[in-house]
Design a protein around this ligand. Structure first.
Ligand SMILES: [Zn+2]
Length: 112
């Protein structure tokens, strides 16, 4: 038996948590999904055709307090030349929470 609030484990026979009074359950619900660094819910904000623009965008976002990640430049290894340079773009990612704000910031930059 487990307390769903404080996640204490109890022997069978107990029905209430002695700490918080919650009704015990047979199985704990899954841990709340909390990204542990690997995947903070990144979304692609923009794609740039060259690294410089992408890094400028990142510095603008970071100046506004938004963490941004510039993806490693895609290596056009093995791609036929006729695909052109469009495929070698550099992506800028932000946390999904920051996406709307980041997008507005970059729009202001684009218009200036
Ligand atoms: Zn408890």
């Amino acid at each position: 038996m487990f307390c769903p609030k404080c996640r204490s484990e109890y022997r069978i026979g107990f029905t209430r948590c002695s700490d918080c009074g919650a009704t015990l359950v047979d199985e704990l619900p899954p841990e709340p999904v909390r990204a542990s660094g690997d995947d903070p819910g990144l979304v692609r904000l923009r794609s740039y055709s060259n690294d410089t623009e992408a890094f400028v965008a990142r510095s603008v976002l970071e100046a506004a307090g938004i963490d941004a990640i510039v993806s490693p430049p895609r290596q056009p290894v093995g791609l036929p030349h006729y695909f052109g340079r469009g495929l070698t773009g550099t992506d800028v990612y932000v946390r999904s929470d920051d996406f709307i704000e980041a997008n507005e910031i970059l729009q202001r930059v684009d218009q200036s």
